[in-house]
Design a protein around this ligand. Sequence first.
Ligand SMILES: [Zn+2]
Ligand SMILES: [Zn+2]
Length: 70
Amino acid sequence: MNCIHCDRSAHANCRFCGRAVCKDHLQEMPYIVELYTGEDGDQKAIVVPNAIYCGICKPRERPVPMPELK
Ligand SMILES: [Zn+2]
Ligand SMILES: [Zn+2]
């Protein structure tokens, strides 16, 4: 698999969309692993602060409702 930016050997895959990126082009982006509601009723998130990001896709900060999947 080659980097989608420069077509050289990729070193990682975007955590969000799976595109391959080399180490020159990989970026970092916080990634929400899990959302849950705390005992106080507040929504909380477990976040990886430096997940691999390709720089192309547009991950949303919040999960998008997908009612059509139900
Ligand atoms: Zn590259
Ligand atoms: Zn991506």
